[in-house]
Design a protein. Sequence first.
Lengths: 356, 356
Amino acid sequence: MTHHTPRPARSIADLATPAVVVDIDALEHNLAAMSERLPGALLRPHVKAHKSTALAALQRQHGHHHFTCATVREMIGMAKAGLGDDLLLANEVLDAERLAALAAVQDRAMITIAVDSDATVDAAARAGIQHVLIDVNIGLPRCGCAPHDTARLAERARAKGMVVRGVMGYEGHLMVNENRATQRTDTLAAMDVLRAAASEVGGDVMSAGGTGNYDVHADHRATTGVTEVQAGSYALMDTYYSTLGLPFRQALSIVGTVVSTHDKWAVADVGLKSLGMDHGDPTIADHKVWFCSDEHITFATEKSADATTRAPQPAVGSRVRIVPAHVDPTMAMHEHLWLVRGDEVLDRLPIDLRGW
Amino acid sequence: MTHHTPRPARSIADLATPAVVVDIDALEHNLAAMSERLPGALLRPHVKAHKSTALAALQRQHGHHHFTCATVREMIGMAKAGLGDDLLLANEVLDAERLAALAAVQDRAMITIAVDSDATVDAAARAGIQHVLIDVNIGLPRCGCAPHDTARLAERARAKGMVVRGVMGYEGHLMVNENRATQRTDTLAAMDVLRAAASEVGGDVMSAGGTGNYDVHADHRATTGVTEVQAGSYALMDTYYSTLGLPFRQALSIVGTVVSTHDKWAVADVGLKSLGMDHGDPTIADHKVWFCSDEHITFATEKSADATTRAPQPAVGSRVRIVPAHVDPTMAMHEHLWLVRGDEVLDRLPIDLRGW
C-alpha cells in the first residue's frame, strides 16, 4: 500500500497515480512574488488552500509568520507543527469539544477565532478562547455580522473577558472579476464598510482579501487601513484564478497514468475522487477534456487548425498532467504531494491538515 | 480531535459536523429491495459508492458475496476484511507495485481484474494475477477494448497462464434516462454487443449494469445473458439517481451545523470539501441552496406559495440535513459515517477504503 511505504520515486514516471505534484520552481516564484508585494505580516497565508504544514513552513521561510485557517483541525495541526506564532480561524465554530481542544493549544500558539453572533461569542468564551476578531459581512452572502452590529458584539466579547483584536471581512464575491478596474472599485467600497466597522470595534487588526485582489489591497492599504490579506490560492494556483492575469504560475497538477486508449479518446486514472469539480472540468494542455468519472478522465487530442488531422493519442502507460479548476478541494482529497522540478521528483510531503 | 477519540453521540445534535449520516431503515429497505430483484450472485455490489467494509458486510448479510471495486486499495481492504469470496476490480491497472500487492492477497481472496489492452493483460500476468475479465467497450467513451478485439485479448491472457472468466461492460452513458423505455431499448442493444463478445471470449461471467438500469437487467437477463449487475449507488442514493423513480430511498445525508444566520440566508458548515459537486449543488428539504464554499453552504428558506411570507431561518446551532447530488465522491471525502434512525445515533462505522 503506497500510503504506508511509498516507493522511492525519482521521476514522475515512477509515481503511483493519481499523484499531486507541485513544481518547486513555480511554487518558489509564487511565494517570492507575493512576499515582495505583501511582505511579512501583511500577508496571512490561508492554509486551507494546501492543507500542508510543510508548505506553510515554506511560506514562513518567505517571511509570513501569521496564518489563516478554515477548520479547527488545521489550527491544531499548525500549532502542533510549531507554526503557531499567530493563527486565525477565519470561520465561526460552535462545537464545544473542538473549541476546548483549540483553547488547549493556546499554551503553545497564539489563537484567534472569528465570531459573528451572540452564540459564537458565547461559545468561544465558554471554551476559554482568549482572542477573537469580529467577522463583518461586507457583501458576500455567507458569514459575518451586519456592519451595524459589530460594536455590540465586540462589547459582548470584552465583557466575557476576551481580547477583541479587530475585524475581518471576506469579499469573496469580488475575487474573480476579469474587469479589474471594477474589481478595484468594488473592493475599495467593501473596505469602506470594513473600516467603519473597525473604528467601532477597536483593536489593531483589519483582515480581508484573497488571491484575486491581493494587489488591490497592496496598492491601497494606506487608505483602506487593511493590515493583512488572507490569500491562499496564489501558492499553487488553479485554472479558475488563472483567468485574472496575476503574476502567479500554475504550480499544482495531478499526474495520471493513461490506462486505456481508443480511436478518438484516451482515459487516465484521475477522476472525481481526486479533483475538486465545483469550478468545472480540469484541463490538460493540448487536449480537450470530455468528462470525468469517479476514477477516470476521458480526453482527446485537439484537431489541427484546419480540422483535417488529429495528433495520436498518448500511449497506454504514459503520464499526463491534469490541472484542476479549484485548488482547495482538490488538495483535501489527497494524502500527500510530491515536490518536483520538471519530471524529477524531489520530495514527498504530507497533506496533513485534512478533515475537520 | 474527533477522528481519534469520537465523543459518545446519542443524537444527531451531538455529532461533530460535517457528519455523514446513513438512515438504517432506508439502507435496509434499499438492500432488501435490491436483493429481492437481484438475489445472491446476480448482484455484485460496487463498493466504490460507499468505500466502507462495514456497509459491504451488510450487503453480504443480504446475500451478496461477490463485490465490485474501483481501486486496488478497495480490493485489498475488502480482502483483509474477510470479504474476499469473489472480488472484481472493474478498472484497468498498470501499476506494477499495486498489482503485486493485489496478487499477494490471492491466498485469501478470489481476485479478478479487468483488462482491455495488451499492456493491461501483460501487467496483470507479470504481477501474477490469476483471473481476468475482458472489459469490452459497449458505448461509453471510457475504458474497454473494441468488441472486435476481445477474442484476441482473451487468447493473449490465456497464453500467459491466466484464467479468463468472461467479459464485463459498463453502459454508463445509459444509467440516467428519465425515458425508461428508451433506456431499456438502449441497454438491450448494448447487451447484444456484450453478449457477442462473451461468446467470442468464453468463460461464464457477463457483468454489466448499475443502479440506473438494474431492473432492466433483472427483467431481461434470460435473453441478455448478463450474469451479474454492478450496482453501487442503490444502497445510499443521491439526488442524481432519485430522478428515475427507482424503489430506493435516500439513506445518505450530510449533517451540518448552522453557524451563521442573516435576514435572507443562513450558513451551515458543509461545503465543497464534504460534498461531491460534479453533479451540481446538494439539496436541503424546504430550502433553496444558493451556493457552496470550501467549508460552507449558503441557503434560504423558500417563500410561501403566494410569495408574501418566508419561514424564519433556522437558529444558529441547529442542525440541517444536506443531500448530496453524487454519493460516490461524497463518501470518499469523509473518515467515518454514523448509522442513525431518525435523529437517534446508533453506531459509527469507518469509511476505510478511501484513497488509492
